[in-house]
Design a protein around this ligand. Structure first.
Ligand code: XLS
Ligand code: NI
Ligand code: NI
Length: 436
């Protein structure tokens, strides 16, 4: 029986690019083949619980703007929220969803109460997943909202907070495993500092390193086959976050011996906050062999905080999915809409329309990226640019066969005198524009 929250809508149809009905897809077609694979299997869309069903629409100056019948802290509220959430996943045809423990269960007054509430809701969600076929892309623990975490979770100066966080992650890994989740995410929202004046940086990094090692040990202990993912972000809520960006996370994983165990969940808005582009973070992640999943959204380029808007920039999406395709596509990962409505978008339909637009934009980006791959639009000129390296002497410079002195002799004897060549950036930009 439907909750009626979305009126009579039960499935958003594909109506083609000419459609002017906001409740139809214009580009996303689950079964359309792209590079021989269904669009749905490429994009692996996921809807996040927190922005759409939990966030009340507050901002630093204004209180709640959304009124939802499930806002409250009882198990009944949590179940109604789940009913509506699954109606939306189904209406959109989204194959996956994601949660924090605090999104799906009422907040209890103790660890025992939290765990008991989580258990009830995991069973409830399990039934809904069974009934609808919607799967869990990832679960995660909210280790940042409650005041106990104001000084960090794993990096807290108080060992009791570390313990509370560790115990909570254990229950969330159990829940994710039970629901067949394909990944488990750690976003270190408060793993960082406000001021170095009260922070022992070395100790906090070691605490975080041990914490993450315990997560990996426990994953293997219970036989969880999904990937453990870290989600980088440079700042907000803390002034400085330890998981700053992909490069920083890789250094951290190396230092604590986890580079083969943990991958990254790259978010568009976080890349922008770190002063990078989304495609930079994706390219680096795949180069380092730690690409896992993406949190899809859009940051406002003029603001210094995480605006989590729905994506609407096709050329940007094309370059992002180009990197995903270069990585061989998603394995356990997917496209999770970590995106939220603007606080004036208070109608139930706004939730659907925002996701429809985001999914269409990703579909267009994917199509453009796939066409560029097919045509070798970027790979052919790229190969040509580096073609000098197939030369015998060039290879020896990298293989270890030659040292600086050998190379100096070679340069002298052959009168090597390189002639600069154009990087042809505008030509390549024009090529990309033909596809988007
Ligand atoms: C916040 C993060 C968060 C993670 C999950 O900026 O994006 O939503 O994705 O904890
Ligand atoms: Ni995120
Ligand atoms: Ni974010």
């Amino acid at each position: 029986m439907s909750t009626g929250f979305f009126g009579s809508i039960d499935r958003i149809p594909y109506a083609g690019p000419q459609s002017d009905d906001p409740l139809t897809f214009r580009h996303y077609q689950a079964d359309e083949l792209v590079l021989g694979k269904r669009m749905e299997d490429h994009l692996r869309f996921s809807v996040c619980y927190w922005h759409s069903f939990v966030w009340p629409g507050n901002d630093p100056f204004g209180a709640q703007s959304f009124e939802r019948p499930w806002f409250g802290n009882t198990l009944e509220d949590a179940k109604l929220k789940a009913d509506v959430a699954f109606e939306m996943f189904t209406a959109l045809g989204a194959p996956y969803y994601c949660w924090h423990d605090a999104d799906i269960r009422p907040e209890g007054g103790s660890f025992a109460e939290n765990t008991a509430n989580l258990d009830v809701m995991v069973d409830y969600l399990g039934e809904k997943m069974e009934a609808t076929g919607v799967k869990l892309l990832w679960g995660t623990a909210n280790l940042f909202s409650h005041r106990r975490y104001m000084g960090g979770a794993a990096t807290n100066p108080d060992p009791d907070v570390f313990a509370f966080a560790a115990a909570t992650v254990k229950t969330c890994l159990d829940a994710t495993h039970k629901l067949g989740g394909e990944n488990y995410v750690l976003w270190g929202g408060r793993e960082g500092y406000e001021t170095l004046l009260n922070t022992d940086l070395e100790r906090e990094l070691d605490q975080m390193g041990r914490f993450l090692n315990m997560v990996v040990e426990y994953k293997h202990k219970i036989g969880f086959k999904g990937a453990i993912l870290i989600e980088p972000k440079p700042q907000e809520p803390t002034k400085h976050q330890y998981d700053f960006d992909v490069a920083t996370v890789y250094g951290f994983l190396k230092r604590y011996g986890l580079e083969n165990e943990v991958r990254v969940n790259v978010e568009q808005g976080h890349a922008i906050l770190a002063g990078h582009s989304f495609e930079h973070e994706l390219a680096l992640a795949r180069t380092l062999g730690i690409f896992g999943s993406i949190d899809m959204n859009r940051n406002d380029y003029q603001s210094g905080w995480d605006t989590d808007q729905f994506p609407n920039n096709v050329p940007e999406m094309a370059l992002a999915y180009y990197q995903v395709l270069q990585a061989g596509g998603f394995s356990t990962g997917g496209t999770n809409f970590d995106s939220k409505l603007r606080r004036q978008s208070i109608d139930p339909q706004d939730l659907l329309i925002a996701h429809i637009g985001g999914m269409d934009c990703c579909a267009q980006g994917l199509r453009a990226a796939a066409k560029m791959v097919e045509d070798g639009a970027l790979s052919v000129p790229l190969k040509e640019r580096y073609s000098g390296w197939s030369d015998q002497h060039a290879k020896q410079m990298l293989s270890g066969a030659l040292g600086l002195d050998d190379i100096a002799t070679h340069v002298l004897h052959n009168d090597v005198n390189p002639r600069p060549r154009s990087g042809a950036q505008e030509k390549l930009e024009n090529i990309v524009n033909r596809y988007v």
